[in-house]
Structures are given as C-alpha cells and as structure tokens.
Design a protein around this ligand. Structure first.
Ligand SMILES: [Ca+2]
Length: 209
C-alpha cells in the first residue's frame, strides 16, 4: 500500500509539473519523459475508436477514446478527458476526401455531453485546399458547450468550395473537464426552394389553408 501511495504521489507530481510547464506554452512538446510515460499509461484507459486519431495543441494532456455504455441510448460514446488542470486542446478527429461534396453545403450534426468543462468544447470542421490552406472553418468557439450539460445537439454548416482537397472534423475539449460525444452525421444541405412570389390571382385570403 505504501509503495502504491508513493507511486500515486509521484504520478500526481509528474502530472502537476507537466501541466505547469505547458500551461503557457500550448504548442510546446512535452519533453519530460516521466510525465510522458505516466500520461501514455493513463491514455490506455480508453481504447481509440476505429478510424479516429488524437490531435490538438496538447493531445498528451487528454485521455481520449471509447467509453462503453456511455453513449446515447446506452450505446458507446467517445470521450475526451483532461489530465489535471491544463489549458491546451485535445481532439479526436478524422479527415476525408471531399469529392462527393464539392460545390455543396454540408452540415455536421452531433451530440456532446459535458462535465466540469472550465473553458469550452465543441465540434469543429475545417476544409482545406490542395496547399493545405484553410478555406472554411468553424469550431463552435462562439457557441461552446461548457460547464456540466446533458446531451446537447451541435451543428456546423460549411460550404465546400470546388477547390476543396480535404475535410477534417472532430470534437474538441479546450482546458480542463470531460466531454462525451456520439452519433455524428453528415448531411448535404439542400438549397431553399425558390418560391414564386407572384400568384395568378389573390389566394387564401381567410388564412384557412
Ligand atoms: Ca454510440
């Protein structure tokens, strides 16, 4: 027991040190091998979902992966959980070929639940051209999921230009807390139908239709 408690103290100390070192240098890679080893072990708690990968300004500061039974209606969800009080961003993300969406408007819908999110979280989507320049982007920073919430519907709508070469998207957590997310979908937004403003004769004047 004593050994365990010392070990736990060392782990907490390592995490605290790591959080302190990186709090003002979000893009800096963590060079403390002890801290890295501790965080790698912690990340194994959640298996990585097939087809997804970890990224962000500080991915090693977050545990990310699947939580069985934590999804909507008892299915699995993905989670992002901060390790200690930190300020960087962790995201679980995918990238895909935009070919079938070129020239169209696409909507990403998904559901996020949060606990103790101090700063913010959300879905994000970015469209890049062939030079990897971003041509469309939204990360919900202006309408974040924060604090402690139940399942919250999130939507991102972006136009996919003809020169789009890559679409990336995911869920992100910035700072301390934990989010779960599930049931993401992509839809093509149909253009609004053009309504003929001029009628052949006056119509529906008693508003019963
Ligand atoms: Ca699910």
């Amino acid at each position: 027991m004593k050994v365990m408690s010392i070990k736990r103290s060392l782990i907490i100390a390592a995490i605290t040190a790591g959080a302190f070192l990186c709090s003002e240098a979000l893009h800096a890679q963590d060079k403390t091998s002890e801290t890295k080893a501790t965080l790698t072990t912690g990340s194994d708690e959640y298996p990585l979902p097939k087809g997804w990968h970890k990224s962000g300004t500080a991915p090693s500061k977050f545990m990310m992966g699947i939580v069985k039974g934590a999804g909507q209606k008892g299915t699995n969800a993905a989670t992002i959980k901060s390790i200690g009080a930190i300020k960087g961003t962790g995201t679980l993300m995918q990238s895909f070929d935009p070919e079938k969406y070129l020239g169209k408007k696409i909507k990403l819908t998904g559901y996020i639940r949060s606990e103790h999110v101090v700063e913010w979280s959300g879905l994000w989507m970015r469209i890049d051209d062939s030079t990897k320049k971003s041509v469309a982007f939204d990360n919900m920073v202006s309408r974040p999921v924060k604090g402690t919430t139940g399942w919250t519907k999130c939507e991102i709508v972006l136009e996919v230009p003809q020169n789009a070469a890559n679409i990336s998207y995911g869920a992100l957590l910035h700072g301390a807390g934990q989010i779960w997310f599930d049931n993401l979908t992509f839809d093509i937004v149909k253009p609004a139908p053009v309504i003929e403003a001029r009628l052949k004769e006056p119509t529906n004047l008693n508003f019963e239709k």
